[in-house]
Design a protein around this ligand. Sequence first.
Ligand code: ATP
Ligand code: MN
Length: 150
Amino acid sequence: MFKKILYPTDFSDVAAKALDYIKQLKEAGAQEVTILHVINQRIIDGLRRHAMLDKDILQWQKKAEEIAQESLAEMSKELESLGFTVKTVVKIGFPWREILEVEQKEAPSILVIGSHGRSNLGEAFLGSVSDRVIRKCKGPVMVIKRDSED
Ligand code: ATP
Ligand code: MN
């Protein structure tokens, strides 16, 4: 039921909490994890609006990809030491769209996502990325909730 997991992360606390659950899913038969981070196209569009030169944007992108890969490599090592097989993916685009595309392509047994991410607005029931992904994904999804404030 949990053999192949897709885990999108924005490096937030809630996403980190989701990773803790994934580790525990080993006992329930989890074997493979794809860790996915999407560099938000909106940030790049913002840089362009602020008249950053194309070559500087490209350089920023490369650096952002590098940093993301490093963070994913660390998570990957952790999971591998627990016996998981891990794949790491960094993409550029709109996070919800890229996550759904990977979900379609990889057809994971389950997608494990945080209810919220880096914004973590108090009033929001779900973040906008998790909202769209949960609505539109094909397979089962496990939503890890943020710590409640009460
Ligand atoms: P919003 O982005 O709408 O302001 P938020 O940041 O609180 O709200 P989301 O962005 O929806 O919430 O994050 C929910 C979950 O979606 C995260 O815990 C993470 O699992 C996943 N996620 C969000 N952004 C990305 C991203 N850029 N790459 C990969 N996964 C992401
Ligand atoms: Mn977010």
